[in-house]
Write a protein that binds this ligand. Sequence first.
Ligand SMILES: [Zn+2]
Length: 221
Amino acid sequence: MLCHICDTYTLSFIHEKTNITYHHCKDCEYIFKSPEVYQDFNTQKERYNLHTNDEEDEGYKAYFKRFLDFTLPLVGQPKTALDFGCGASTILSTMLKIEGIDCTYYDPIYHPDTLNNARKYQLIVSTEVFEHLQQPKEVFSALLERLEEGGYLAIQTQFYPCDREAFTKWYYHQDPTHIVFFSTQTFKVLSKNFDCTYIGDNGKNMIVLQKRSVLSSSIKE
Ligand SMILES: [Zn+2]
């Protein structure tokens, strides 16, 4: 099967316990579960409803604070932002508003009618979304379309352990709604193929990219 990110041939392996086939691209290091195990929208929705993200929960706020502590120093001083795939909670957009950033949120299940297609943003954040996507390259491209030139895309998704045995035991792919997995190399390839600047990652689960500006001017200007 061809890689959904870079179109080169993948190698496959089967998980001994679950019998699920995974496809692994050696070029961009993308790993994806075989498409026959992808769930339909309603089955996914039932699973997401099990998540109890209490907006008042201090642990949940601390979780997003870690994301903002990494991301915000790398993205200039954006005035507008979109939280793409926020889930039921709007807490991250509230935290961005406290930072003085006018943040909109969108989620295909919980907040499906909040996107303004005419609007572009200086920052798009997307946490724990990409591992659910059947077509991450297409979503990546669509998010870039919603960014202003010179705008930033900040993504959180767990990078997988490179060792095959560690990958087999890894908790993250045991969630049936988690179907695709990334390394920093996957985002470097996406970044290159879509003419973005790879700003940085935290080596664990966060990446920041910048959409190139035609005039190479900064959004701070
Ligand atoms: Zn690939």
